[in-house]
Design a protein around this ligand. Structure first.
Ligand SMILES: [Ca+2]
Length: 171
């Protein structure tokens, strides 16, 4: 518990900084006529990573990717990954992960308080939390090979971090 609390405190401190930079980026996302490439450039400027495709930024040696689809199109969560979507109906930006066995923070990628839908195309189980309330609230659990087209009003745009449990068959 002590370790977990310490991790969250670090995340809160980091997120406070990220929120300030994110507000400028959010304006860019919302502005009409902003190209995918401009959004990708803003993402890299604010949150690092490496552009690895027309609408893709890769982090952590390939274990995390942010995908910004062309206007009017949807990103696709690949087999072997679990994904968070910016909009209900699997629209907007998509943030995808594959690792199990620990905590990860959406704010590291500009995705804090953003997720509205998810797909889990792994055998991992993912517990998603809101850290803006005390005690932290478990918002939803992503069971293996499941998805949610909308997380619902009570959980919408609240997710901050998650704990990924490895499949029982894995070590
Ligand atoms: Ca939150």
């Amino acid at each position: 518990m002590r370790t977990r609390a310490a991790i969250a405190r670090i995340a809160v401190a980091g997120a406070a900084t990220a929120v300030m930079t994110a507000s400028a980026a959010a304006t860019a996302y919302a502005a009409p006529g902003v190209s995918v490439q401009q959004q990708i450039a803003a993402q890299v400027a604010n949150y690092g990573g490496e552009q690895t495709g027309p609408g893709e930024v890769t982090y952590s040696s390939g274990s995390v990717k942010l995908v910004i689809p062309p206007a009017g199109q949807a990103a696709t969560c690949p087999i072997g990954w679990y994904c968070f979507f910016e909009s209900a109906g699997y629209g907007g930006r998509m943030l995808q992960f594959q690792d199990c066995g620990g905590y990860q923070f959406l704010g590291d990628y500009g995705f804090r308080n953003q997720a509205s839908a998810w797909q889990n195309r792994t055998q991992n189980t993912v517990e998603v939390y809101d850290e803006d309330v005390q005690p932290w609230e478990l918002l939803w659990t992503m069971t293996p090979d499941a998805e949610s087209i909308s997380v619902g009003t009570a959980a919408d745009e609240k997710a901050d971090f998650f704990n990924t449990l490895c499949p029982a068959s894995a070590k």
